[in-house]
Ligand binder design. Sequence first.
Ligand SMILES: [Zn+2]
Length: 314
Amino acid sequence: MAAAGLGVAPAHASNSGGLEAEEGVEAKPAPKGRDGAKLSPPREKASRPKRTRQRRPPRSRDAGRPTLSAFSARPSRFFLYGKPATVAFRISDASRAVKVRLDVLGTGGRVLRRIDLGSRRTGSVQTYRLTGREGGHLPQGAIELRIEARDPGGRRLKRTTKASGVDRIGFYWHHFPVAGNFGFGGDGSRFGSARPGRLHQGQDIPTPEGTPLLAPRGGRVRIVANQPGGAGQYIILSGAGERREYAFFHLQAGSIRVRPGQTVRTGQRMASTGNTGSSGGPHLHFEVWEGGPWQGGGRPVDPLPYLRNWDGWS
Ligand SMILES: [Zn+2]
């Protein structure tokens, strides 16, 4: 897992939200189920006799608290170096602005990040673009987002049944490279299988010609070229924030929509798969090189374990 301080966090983000100092107030935890559901059947009965007492100071604790009326995170999955997720919220309060913080929690409820969203206007929808790079790369998998806010008087955010202020979202580091029907072929398609005078340095992915080819990782397109007797139309991509390069061979003629030097996002369409060069049928030949550049210091590794992983969520 990435530690803080990779220097990629946007100016907004910080692990020490302005609300941090008051964290102790939170210490008395409301009884809560695994998913935040109310565990409070006794409350109904218990509150009934108290009602007369509460009449004197009429609900002073809730009065004037900032209230959450909308909260969502979209889409349901987002990718490192891909399109950020949009977190949207609306808070009503007597004051014009409240201090807002977004907490990112892991599956076990552990707080992974506290992102200071600064002072935000009340009464209108506010947004934040979550990149997953706030304070370093977030771990991949399911994460939970929880919004917190305080008004200038220090009153804490009141959640409603309509807007609990909690949402779940998936975050992943890589995307499967084709969007459409595909297979992994037989033994001859595998990394390390025999080819005339050499070994196969990638994994073949049979897929119909014209299937969208997506960047498995955002980064920089290093090479776009044609090798009629071999790779055919091909692209070499350098992954951002990792020492990896990716090769995509036999692409459909005329389908390439990226240029050398261009930055792409994870999941962005770069071309269509095809059957150009030395190819016995429509497929993507896919290589992963680690530790250095493709054909220039790196070494090819078996892409299949990665592909199976990425297929699990892409
Ligand atoms: Zn191949």
